[in-house]
Design a protein. Structure first.
Length: 191
């Protein structure tokens, strides 16, 4: 994952809290902000809905064609598919809707669902840690998370511009969407 996290020092400075809280507490908020912001960014990855395996290899299945996304011989990072699939794997074969990689499976398993979906990521060509708009969006989200934890009734503004007692709703990311607009994944805009 490309690090977009505001540093502990940046977050301490923006909040004006000095050393009042431990690094672990401040970093937890920074990491949560990164996870939220990063989930909206466009990345070179696809989600697989199922997998199967034979001894020594496994196949991952996708809803979309993978022909122009992945290629035989490419190294991909696989997550969310169990320990035998986890990590960097080389694609050994593929069809329009599946890829096969070498794994440490010792027993065959028929195709079965992966819930929540697993992730297969190719090389990431954009380093979001160097994009100021993304770093600032993560910092703003971290500040909102921190403030909501400290004073949960501080509120935010709802879409109809009325005060809301809950600031961790859909307006959390809406307030930074302008900063993130050039980097948003079309997949994050559904709904």
């Amino acid at each position: 994952m490309a690090a977009t996290t505001p540093t502990v020092a940046q977050l301490r400075s923006a909040l004006g809290i000095g050393t009042l809280y431990t690094d672990a507490v401040v970093d937890e908020v920074a990491q949560a902000a990164q996870d939220i912001v990063f989930s909206y960014l466009w990345k070179n990855e696809l989600n697989n809905y199922a997998h199967s395996n034979i001894v020594g290899s496994g196949t991952l299945y996708f809803n979309n064609s993978v022909r122009n996304i992945f290629y035989v011989g490419q190294t991909v990072a696989i997550t969310g598919n169990g320990a035998t699939f986890a990590g960097n794997k080389v694609i050994t074969s593929m069809t329009d809707f599946s890829i096969t990689v070498t794994t440490s499976h010792t027993t065959p398993e028929d195709i079965h669902a992966v819930l929540p979906f697993g992730t297969v990521a190719g090389t990431q060509y954009t380093n979001y840690a160097t994009v100021d708009a993304v770093k600032n969006a993560a910092l703003m989200v971290a500040i909102d998370i921190w403030q909501a934890r400290q004073a949960s009734n501080a509120g935010g503004i709802s879409p109809d511009f009325q005060p809301s007692p809950y600031r961790m709703g859909n307006t959390l990311t809406a307030r930074v969407r302008g900063l993130l607009a050039p980097y948003l994944s079309p997949n994050s805009l559904v709904g």
